[in-house]
Write a protein that binds this ligand. Structure first.
Ligand SMILES: CC(C)(COP(=O)(O)OP(=O)(O)OC[C@H]1O[C@@H](n2cnc3c(N)ncnc32)[C@H](O)[C@@H]1OP(=O)(O)O)[C@@H](O)C(=O)NCCC(=O)NCCS
Length: 363
């Protein structure tokens, strides 16, 4: 442990920046673009998730290592990323991280992405990380010293972080809540419609995409497990392709509702990424990706690993939204996912409306 005088304990001291110099490097631009042509929002969002995860872990580690040099930090969750503006592939990307909150063993790091001339806010993202110690197979969470919140801004960010944490636990409980009367009526109508001989709607069960992957050492983080950012990127990329199953134009990311990393993934594990379109509303397409894992020495899927929900917007070349068909859930599982996505989209809609899209399409 460092001596008391050297400790960094206020959020303003626990901040890192990173620049991706897209304006100067054709090679970087080539790596970050979605297609090799002119297109608005021509940036691979999955790569931004990866960069942010690494920066968040570096920021949290800076704090934790002052108290426990042998501790690791793991990403527990990525919360509500709402896209504010489309990024321009010809301009540099600026990332700034800050430790907003320290709980008993968890921390929240906020990251803001901007471009300049003029200053454009691309997105802000919140990562929850947990400090852990011990042998790789038996790590336990470790208690952290509290952070010192000094100015008004630091206190406000602290309060917001606490609210986000409380909201997450509240919404997690809500996921298992019975449907409200309106929700029940809506589902009943959708099931009823499917019983008609003339029914020709789009079934949720047909809107699925999956992909297997082995985890190689190249994807490992300093904790010798797989980077949360890598899983986030792969989940995003499959979700975006899945969204194309129903998009009439182009699905661009509007928000990452929530991503939880429940179990660590090890080198040699085989992962099954499975994306489902779970809900649509006007131009919005909600895709849930679940990651199942087969451990290196195991023969069958051992446990549910992680899940994430992405909201896409179906837009034309000028980024104008276009409605997509509504989808019909059939099974109990699809009903449940439909309602969870509907509730989640409703809760982040005010933020999305201030974000990337035409403000009144979801009314
Ligand atoms: C994150 C992880 C350690 C939490 O395990 P756990 O058994 O819930 O641990 P604890 O009960 O000790 O919780 C630790 C803290 O994390 C918080 N937490 C855990 N999961 C969370 C989530 N999804 N969102 C927000 N906070 C979370 C708890 O509230 C607690 O906070 P506090 O101590 O500040 O009050 C565990 O789920 C894990 O190992 N996940 C995989 C992490 C990983 O490898 N990530 C990289 C990508 S695979």
């Amino acid at each position: 442990m460092n001596t008391e005088t050297e400790l960094l304990k206020s959020p303003s001291e626990l901040s890192l920046t990173k620049v991706i110099p897209l304006s100067k490097s054709p090679t970087l631009r080539n790596n970050f673009m979605v297609i090799d042509g002119d297109m608005k929002a021509n940036i691979r969002f999955g790569l931004l998730l990866e960069i942010m995860d690494t920066l968040a872990a570096d920021t949290a580690r800076m704090y934790v290592h002052q108290f426990y040099e042998d501790a690791v930090v793991v990403t527990a969750a990525i919360d509500n990323v709402v896209m504010r503006n489309a990024a321009d592939i010809h301009k540099d990307l600026f990332f700034e991280s800050r430790l907003n909150y320290v709980g008993k063993t968890s921390m929240e790091v906020g990251i803001r992405i901007e471009q300049q001339n003029p200053t454009i806010h691309i997105a802000t993202c919140y990562f929850t990380l947990v400090a852990r110690r011990g042998p790789i197979d038996n790590r336990v969470s470790v208690e952290l010293e509290p952070l010192e919140y000094k100015g008004e801004t630091e206190k406000r960010r602290y309060k917001k972080a606490v609210e986000r944490k409380e909201n997450y636990f509240k919404e997690r409980n809500m996921d298992n809540e019975m449907p409200s009367k309106d929700e029940y009526e809506h589902l009943r109508e959708m099931h009823h419609a499917q019983e008609s001989p003339e029914f020709n709607g789009v079934l949720a069960s047909n809107l699925v995409m999956e992909s297997w992957e082995r985890m190689f050492p190249a994807y490992k983080n300093p904790n010798h497990t797989i980077f949360g950012g890598y899983l986030a990127r792969r989940s995003y990329e499959l979700s975006a392709m899945c969204a194309e199953l129903i998009a009439t134009k182009r699905p661009v990311i509007a928000a990452v509702n929530r991503m939880n990393f429940i179990n660590p993934v090890r080198i040699g594990d085989k992962l099954l990424f499975k994306s489902h379109i779970v809900y649509t509303n006007s131009a919005f397409i909600c895709v849930e990706t679940v990651i199942n894992r087969i451990g290196r020495h195991e023969k069958k899927i051992s446990n549910l690993s992680d899940s994430c929900l992405f909201t896409f917007l179906n837009v034309d070349d000028d980024m104008q939204p276009h409605d997509v068909e509504k989808i019909y859930p059939t099974t109990y599982f699809e009903d449940e996912k439909y309602l969870q996505a509907q509730r989640s989209l409703t809760s982040i809609m005010p933020a999305i409306k201030n974000g990337i899209l035409n403000k009144d399409i979801a009314d």
